[in-house]
Design a protein around this ligand. Structure first.
Ligand SMILES: Cc1cc2nc3c(=O)[nH]c(=O)nc-3n(C[C@H](O)[C@H](O)[C@H](O)COP(=O)(O)OP(=O)(O)OC[C@H]3O[C@@H](n4cnc5c(N)ncnc54)[C@H](O)[C@@H]3O)c2cc1C
Length: 490
C-alpha cells in the first residue's frame, strides 16, 4: 500500500517505521527543513539545546519501534537518572526526588512532615491504578465499541469508583499528604500533559508512577537523539522524507468515503491511506475541504503552552541537577492565570533543565546550557513581547533569590520560544503543547480518536489525539494505528 504521513513528529516517525516494516511504501511530508517537530534541537555559540521535551519515560516503547529496523544495532543508549528532579522552594531547603523510592521517601520524611511510608503507599496506589487503566486509556483505542467488551474495559467499568475519576488530582494529593510542598510535587504531574491539577481527574496520578516507580531516563546524546534514531530507522526501511513540504490540502473522495492524497508545493500526491501526525485541529481547520468538521469537540480547552529561554551560561553550578524546579508560592493562583486569565503568573514555577550535566559536549568548557521554562497559556493574541520581558526579569530575580545565582553577566547567548513560535514551528493550534487539556472527567472521551469516522483510510497519531501528549503517548498512538491497519478493511 502507498501511505502518506503528514508530519515527522515522534508519532509520525514511529508510525512510518511501523508501516514500512510491514512492506508498505511510506512517504513523510514535513513542512520544516528538519524532522522531529517539538522533539528537535537548537545549536548556537557552541551550545546545543533540546528544544522541547526533556524528560524521557517508558523507553521500552521507543525501543519497540527502533527494533523494527532491519539491522537495529542498539546504538541508541540511555541512562536512568539517579535524581529524577530537584525541587526548590522560596522559603525552605530543596527536596531531592531520588530515583530510588526509599531514598526519596526518606528525603521527604527528613525535610517535611511527611512519613516515608506515605510516599511509598501513594506510589503503590499510583502503580495499581496504572496497571488497571493503561490498557484502556493508553494502549488501545478508546473509541471502538468492540474494545468495551474486553476484560480490561470490563474491569475498569466494574471498579469505576477506584479509578479516582471524580476527585481532582489536587484534592487527592491534599487528602494523601498534609505538607503543602509534597502536595505541590505530586500536583505538578498534571502539567505533564498540560493540565490543571485543581481540575484534572486524580487518575493522572499514574504519571507519578511512570516517573518514580518505572524511572526517568536520559538518552546519552540528548533528547534530540530520539528523533535522530527514529529517522535513521525509518530511512533504513526506505521511508521517503519530503522536507520543506507543507501539506496544504487533503484530497477526498466523499462518495466513496476515502481520502485520495494530498496537495503540497503545488503538486498532488496520491495515496491508498493517510496518517496525520500534525495537530488534528490544524487538519480540520486548514487541510480538509470546507465544511468538514469532526464530531469530536475540537473546541475543548487547550493544554498549556510554554515560554522557554535557552541560555548559554558562563560557569558551572553543582547545586543544580539535570531537572530542577523552582516552585511558585501560590500554585492555585498560577493555574488560574494559565487557564482563566490566560496570562503569565507574576510568580511562576520555573523549570531549569541542563542537559550538559549529562552530555558534556552540549556546552563549551566551564559553561552550561540552561533550558529555562515556565508554563504559559495557549496563544490567544496576548501581548507576548511585554509578557516575555516581564517574565525574564522575574525569572532572573527568582534564580537570584532562591538559588543565589546572579545571571546578569553570565548569559552568553539566548534563544526564546513562546506560544506563537511553537504554533508557527509545529502548527500546534494556539501553541498548546499537548492538544486539549485533561481538565475534566470527559477529556479522555472527547480526545479525537486515532481514526476518522468519515474516511475509512484516514488515521491520526501524535500528541493532539488519543491517548494524549508526551513522547510515550505519541508512541502509543502509533501502535494503536498500526493495530488498526491490521484490522481495518481499507
Ligand atoms: C517545550 C516542550 C516541552 C515538552 N516536554 C516534554 C517532556 O519533557 N516529555 C515528554 O514526553 N513530552 C514533552 N513534550 C511534549 C512532546 O514534545 C510532544 O507530545 C511530542 O513530541 C509530540 O509529537 P507529535 O507526534 O504530536 O508531533 P509534533 O512534535 O507536534 O510534530 C508535528 C510535525 O508535523 C509537522 N506539520 C504540521 N503541519 C504540517 C503540514 N500541514 N504539512 C507538513 N508537516 C506539518 C510539524 O512541522 C511537525 O514537525 C514537550 C513539548 C514541548 C514543546
Amino acid at each position: 500500500m502507498k501511505i502518506g504521513i503528514i508530519g515527522s513528529g515522534v508519532g509520525g516517525l514511529s508510525i512510518a517505521i511501523r508501516l514500512a516494516s510491514k512492506g508498505h511504501s511510506v512517504t513523510v511530508f514535513e513542512k520544516n527543513h528538519y524532522p522531529g517537530g517539538k522533539l528537535s534541537q537548537i545549536q548556537s555559540n557552541g551550545f546545543r539545546f533540546d528544544a522541547g521535551p526533556s524528560l524521557f519515560t517508558l523507553p521500552n516503547l521507543l525501543e519497540d519501534v527502533l527494533r523494527l529496523s532491519p539491522d537495529y544495532d542498539n546504538k541508541f543508549k540511555y541512562k536512568k537518572l539517579d535524581t529524577v528532579c530537584k525541587y526548590f522552594y522560596n522559603q525552605s531547603e530543596p527536596i531531592n526526588a531520588f530515583s530510588n523510592i526509599n531514598d526519596f521517601a526518606a528525603e521527604c520524611e527528613r525535610k517535611t512532615n511527611t512519613k516515608a511510608f506515605q510516599i511509598i503507599k501513594y506510589l503503590k496506589t499510583a502503580e495499581e491504578l496504572y496497571l488497571q487503566t493503561s490498557n484502556v486509556f493508553i494502549f488501545n483505542s478508546f473509541h471502538k465499541w468492540k474494545n468495551f467488551l474486553t476484560e480490561p474495559y470490563k474491569k475498569v467499568a466494574k471498579h469505576l469508583h477506584k479509578m479516582d475519576f471524580f476527585n481532582s488530582l489536587h484534592h487527592r494529593n491534599k487528602k494523601s499528604f498534609s505538607d503543602p510542598r509534597i502536595v505541590q510535587i505530586f500536583d505538578r504531574f498534571a502539567t505533564y500533559n498540560g493540565s490543571n491539577p485543581y481540575k484534572a481527574p486524580a487518575t493522572l496520578k499514574i504519571i507519578s508512577h511512570l516517573e518514580h516507580n518505572i524511572g526517568a531516563y536520559f538518552p546519552e546524546k540528548g533528547m534530540n537523539s530520539i528523533t535522530e534514531a527514529l529517522v535513521s530507522a525509518a530511512s533504513k526501511l526506505n521511508v521517503s522524507f519530503l522536507f520543506n513540504h507543507q501539506v496544504n490540502e487533503i484530497i477526498t473522495d466523499v462518495k466513496n468515503k476515502r481520502v485520495v492524497g494530498v496537495r503540497s508545493n503545488g503538486e498532488s500526491f496520491l495515496f491508498d491511506a493517510l496518517v496525520c501526525d500534525a495537530d488534528v485541529g490544524h487538519l480540520y481547520r486548514d487541510l480538509m475541504p470546507k465544511g468538514f468538521k469532526s464530531h469530536y469537540s475540537l473546541k475543548q480547552p487547550k493544554s498549556t503552552s510554554a515560554l522557554i529561554f535557552y541560555w548559554g551560561i558562563q560557569g558551572t553550578y553543582p547545586d543544580l541537577d539535570v531537572h530542577n524546579i523552582l516552585f511558585s508560592e501560590n500554585y492555585k493562583l498560577e493555574f488560574d492565570h494559565l487557564f482563566h486569565l490566560k496570562t503569565l503568573p507574576a510568580d511562576p514555577t520555573i523549570y531549569i533543565f541542563i542537559s550538559s550535566k549529562m552530555v558534556a559536549s552540549d556546552a563549551p568548557l566551564n559553561c552550561e546550557n540552561w533550558f529555562v521554562m515556565m508554563n504559559a497559556p495557549e496563544n490567544v493574541g496576548q501581548d507576548w513581547e511585554f509578557l516575555i520581558k516581564q517574565a525574564k526579569q522575574e525569572i532572573l530575580r527568582k534564580i537570584n533569590s532562591v538559588l543565589k545565582i546572579d545571571l546578569s553577566d553570565k548569559i552568553l547567548c539566548e534563544h526564546i520560544n513562546d506560544p506563537r513560535s511553537i504554533e508557527k514551528n509545529t502548527h500546534s493550534v494556539n501553541g498548546a503543547l499537548y492538544g486539549p487539556a485533561s481538565n475534566n472527567l470527559m477529556s479522555a472521551f472527547w480526545r479525537h480518536p486515532n481514526f476518522s469516522n468519515r474516511f475509512k483510510n484516514l488515521f491520526f497519531v501524535g500528541g493532539s489525539v488519543h491517548p494524549g501528549g508526551g513522547i510515550p503517548l505519541a508512541l502509543a498512538s502509533a501502535k494503536i494505528v498500526d493495530d488498526e491497519f491490521n484490522s481495518a478493511i481499507l
